[in-house]
Write a protein that binds this ligand. Structure first.
Ligand code: URA
Ligand code: SF4
Length: 195
């Protein structure tokens, strides 16, 4: 897919009715994003779950509600960040997206990133980090470590759903959100970023 002309209009036109991978077959909605299209911090999840598919909005289920609370704990607010996913259509039974599905959908994510132009990108979980941060990511070892990718700073952390299963990861997750916030504050203040 070309998406050479980066505008929100061309992105939405191209996404509308997309059948570029098999995930189009069972979706109710294409889940594009939530939050502020001019945000400084952009979060990437994996793909819509059942509630997201029904409502057409990312992170509105159980994991999403926890995510909202923890954003607040880190001094962030869902309305002032941008939230999206690797794949825009729900994988059946919430399985991981297959590589060919992720690859088919990635041009949309690239367009979103180019249009939002955030200072900081946070990858929520292994799948997002795999495609945006490091193919061989080991989240438990690499979470919270800042990497420069092109003009963007990228930080991987746990997926909020992982915190529902393992509450003990919550502090690290909030710490990583605070790292993202502090990094963004530094960038906005024109401070040197030493990695
Ligand atoms: N999990 C995700 O990765 N994304 C969502 O939008 C919801 C749950
Ligand atoms: Fe298109 Fe992405 Fe949905 Fe696949 S997941 S059908 S590439 S929008």
């Amino acid at each position: 897919m070309a998406l050479l002309k980066f505008s929100w209009e061309s992105l939405y036109n191209e996404l509308n009715g997309c059948t570029k991978c098999r995930l189009c077959e069972h979706r109710s909605s294409i889940v594009v994003s939530d939050g502020d299209p001019h945000a400084d911090i952009l979060f990437i999840g994996e793909g819509p779950g059942r509630e997201e598919d029904e409502q057409g909005v990312p992170f509105v289920g159980m994991a999403g509600r926890l995510f909202n609370d923890l954003l607040e704990e880190a001094g962030l607010d869902r309305k002032s960040v941008y939230i999206c996913n690797i794949v825009k259509c729900r994988p059946p039974q919430n399985r991981d997206p297959f590589p060919d599905e992720a690859e088919a959908c990635l041009p949309y994510l690239r367009a979103q990133i180019a249009l939002v132009r955030p200072n900081v990108i946070v990858c929520l979980g292994r799948i997002a980090a795999r495609y945006v941060y490091d193919r061989d990511i080991q989240i438990s070892r690499q979470r919270g470590t800042i990497k420069k990718a092109g003009i963007f700073y990228v930080i991987p952390t746990y997926h909020p759903a992982a915190l529902l299963r393992r509450e003990e990861l919550t502090n690290d997750f909030v710490f990583d959100l605070c790292t993202a916030k502090k990094l963004n504050d530094k960038i906005k203040n024109g401070e040197d970023i030493i990695l």
